[in-house]
Structures are given as C-alpha cells and as structure tokens.
Design a binder for this molecule. Structure first.
Ligand SMILES: [Zn+2]
Ligand SMILES: [Zn+2]
Length: 461
C-alpha cells in the first residue's frame, strides 16, 4: 500500500546517516589509571574509546552491590496489592548512595567489557532504522506492517494482562534540593539519551555531554535501554552482563565533566506485562537517578501479543499498557507517551482515540508518575513530538508533571528543539517542567528554564 511505501522510504532515508556514522571505527584504548577524575576535560576527546573500564580507584557513585538476579529478589515478593495499600517497591533511598560509594566492581566486568560494542558496520545491514528511531530486525514484522488488517481476527478486548499492578501508586517524591544555576546560568537537564551499548546509538558519551554544554544545559541523564531476559528484543539493548560497563561509562563521563555538566544515571526500562519482577530487580542494580518507563510497540514480542485486532484496537491497547506501566509503581516517568502514532502513521487520528486517552490519563494522573515530552518525535514517521499538543493540553489539565527528553541516539541531537518544546508546554498550560535526581522530582518554572538556556547558550558560544 502506498502508505507503507512512503513509510519505508522514509525509513531507508533515515538509515543512511546511521550507516555513515557507524563507519567510524572505535578505538579501544587501555584503561588509563589515574587516581583522580581528570579535573578539566576542556574538550573531551572524541577518540576516547568505549568501553574503557573505569579505574578501580575512581569514585563509583552509581554502583550498588550486584545482586544475583537469577531467582528471588531479596524482598519478599510483593504480592499483587490493592490500590490503597502503600507501595511495596522502595525507591533507592538516598542514604544508600553514600554508603555504597566505595563498592568496587565485580571481576566479571572485564570479560564483558571486551565484547561490549557491537561491530557497527553490521548494524546497517542487519537492522533498519524504524520509524520510531529504534532499529528493527529486517526479518521482524514490519512496523507498520504491510497492510492494515481489514478483517478482525477476534473482537477486541483489552490485552489479556494477567499481571495486576505489582505496586500501588506512589506519591511523587519531591527533592528538597534547591535547583541552582551553574556558572553559565544553565538550569535544565536533557533527561533522555543513549549510549552505543544499545546497539543503535552512535558516538561517545562524552560527545553527548559536550553537546549538552553547548546547548545551554546544566545536566544530562543517560537512559540506555535496560537488559531484558528470555531473549526479549536483544538487538536494541545491552545484555545483563553489560550493565556494569554501562555504569562505568556513565561514571567515566561524569568524572570527565565534573564542574561543567552534571552527568546522571538513568535507565529506559521496557514495560511489558509479565516482566515486572525482572524490571524491579534491574532498577535496583545501581543508584539510578531516573527510571524512564517505555512501552515500545514495535518489538516482535509486543506485536505478537497485541496486534490481534484492528489498527484502532492496537492503538488502544498501547495506551492501556501505558496506564498499566504507570500503575506498577516502577517508574518515575513515561517515555514518548503517544509513540503508537507511528504505527500506520498515515491514518493516525487523535480524535478517534481521544476517549481512550482521557481514561488513561486519568489513571496516570492518579499515580503521580511524570510523563515525557520527547523531541525526537519530529524525526519519526509521524513527524510531531511525542506527545502532540492536544494530548499535552490534556496532561496539563490533569497536572501531570512533565519532563523533556531528546531521546538522542547521536550526540548532535542533545538538547535539540528544547525551546520549541518549552514553548509548546507553556501553550498547553504547563507552568513547570521537571527532571529527576536520585529518583526525586525537581520542578522548575518554564519561563526560568527558557531564559536559562538562552543565557547559558550565549555564555558558552
Ligand atoms: Zn524509547
Ligand atoms: Zn530512548
């Protein structure tokens, strides 16, 4: 169908720069042992290799002791609870961070470090950059699939989700930290970006950090895709054994930019019903600043389970899953919350789905979880930020906290379209915009953020 052709040709175009970027070979350097983090990395060398293990002596503020994740979590398994019961899932308590700063890395890390970076050139042949910016395996069902289904396999019923939310909604945790502008006047954070560990992002984390400084930001949060078990869509994420490499990579960048940019640790955590226990364990692997929940409809696993009715039904089930993800209590924020508009983008119509979105937003608002305005939507098949302005207005009406993320998979995108995003938020009725540190929310006035970006951009020009 013509719709599909159009989408596919866009995808191919999108894949080109990716392939080009992938050609640059990564240089693997030996770990440089220094006692202290380099004090002034005036220009982070783009040649710096990934992965480079962080010297054992360097501060490892991000790490928690590695827990065996294979079987039971230490806590008693949180039984499904009714909404009224306080959440059994505990966020990492800030005091832990202090106690654990000296935890040294487990030995197995070295092994993992050697095989971290996928041979990049292969990516361009094996993967196609999809309409959503995530690559898909060429053999997977296309997304969007070749033709809209005209026959309904079975009447739509909301996905057969057996798993009850594992935690009651938690009250939002607000940081007592007063946001203070950096020397350049910067105040705001880009709260969504990736590293090459996810196999579809390019460039050294230091390059992302350098771009953030240029973009007038005070900090960034890396949110690479979390490991999943059972071979769940393995081509777009780090493996579990690479988690320590990820922590080291972010720590290395944080050390290099100390005093210039606040580099924080997050995770984009794949919500898929049935994996809540696994995710809970993953979230406890380190002192994360931010856990960003994400429903990715384009995985083979997701399509197999939910692509069972009409296009509209598929879209509705996406929003249903979004609400469920908020109700698990596992997340601080929900990523790109209307990503499904890239499924058959040519027939996307918000008016048709609006009733569903209304109910879902009511449910999300009750949980206190924030939602993201993702600027990378402008580069996708349905070229609009995620979510679009109408949904943003509905979120503002419900006072759902909002976080901005570029979802960068390449350094030059960090901080991209932030002024437009902030203006969209103001027009939609938001007065504040947020980011997270130590899993606690920090709210800033939108007008302050806009002027901070302008001021810091000028100061760093
Ligand atoms: Zn995502
Ligand atoms: Zn992402």
């Amino acid at each position: 169908m013509s719709n599909t052709k159009k989408t596919i040709s866009k995808k191919v175009k999108a894949a080109k720069p990716a392939a080009k970027a992938a050609k640059k070979p990564l240089v693997v350097k030996k770990p440089v042992v220094t006692k202290k983090p380099a004090p002034k990395p005036s220009k982070p060398s783009p040649k710096k290799a990934i992965p480079k293990s962080v010297p054992k002596t360097s501060p490892t503020k991000f790490k928690l002791p590695v827990k065996k994740t294979s079987s039971a979590t230490k806590k008693p398994a949180p039984a499904p609870v009714k909404k009224a019961v306080p959440a059994p899932i505990q966020k990492p308590v800030p005091t832990k961070t202090k106690a654990l700063t000296k935890v040294s890395a487990p030995a197995k890390k070295k092994v993992a470090a050697k095989s971290v970076i996928p041979p990049e050139p292969k990516i361009s042949t094996a993967l196609v950059v999809s309409s959503t910016g995530m690559p898909r395996i060429a053999s997977l069902p296309s997304a969007p699939p070749p033709s809209p289904k005209t026959t309904v396999k079975k009447a739509f019923s909301l996905p057969s989700i057996s798993s009850e939310p594992i935690a009651a909604a938690k009250a939002p945790v607000m940081s007592s930290e007063k946001p203070v502008a950096s020397k350049s006047g910067a105040l705001f954070y880009d709260s969504h970006m990736h590293t090459p560990l996810c196999k579809h992002a390019w460039g050294e984390p230091e390059e992302y950090a350098a771009q953030a400084v240029k973009a007038g930001l005070k900090g960034i949060i890396f949110t690479c895709h979390c490991p999943m078990p059972d071979g769940f869509w393995p081509t777009v994420r780090m493996s579990e054994s690479e988690m320590d490499v990820y922590l080291d990579l972010v720590q290395r960048t944080a050390n290099a930019f100390k005093g210039k940019l606040d580099v924080c640790l997050g995770l984009e955590s794949e919500y898929f019903p049935g994996y809540e226990k696994w995710l809970e364990t993953m979230h406890q692997r380190a002192s994360f600043d931010y856990i960003l929940g994400a429903v990715h409809w384009q995985s083979k696993e997701y399509l197999n389970k939910f692509e069972v009715g009409t296009i509209e039904n598929f879209r509705r089930s996406y929003f249903e899953n979004l609400a469920l993800s908020a109700e698990t209590g596992l997340y601080d924020c929900l990523a790109h919350p209307d990503l499904v508009k890239n499924y058959h983008p040519d027939s996307w119509c918000f008016a048709i789905i609006k009733n569903t979105v209304t109910t879902v937003l009511d449910r999300i608002a009750k949980t206190g979880v924030a939602m993201e305005l993702n600027t990378s939507g402008l580069n996708k098949s349905y070229s609009e930020m995620n979510p679009g302005n109408e949904m943003l207005r509905m979120m503002a009406e419900r006072k759902i906290p909002i976080v901005i993320g570029s979802d960068s998979h390449r350094a030059p995108r960090v901080g991209e379209h932030f002024i437009t995003a902030l203006n969209n938020l103001a027009e939609a009725g938001f007065e504040h915009v947020s980011y997270f540190k130590k899993r606690q929310r920090i709210d800033l006035k939108i007008s302050d953020v806009i002027s901070s970006i302008k001021r810091a951009t000028d100061a760093n020009a």
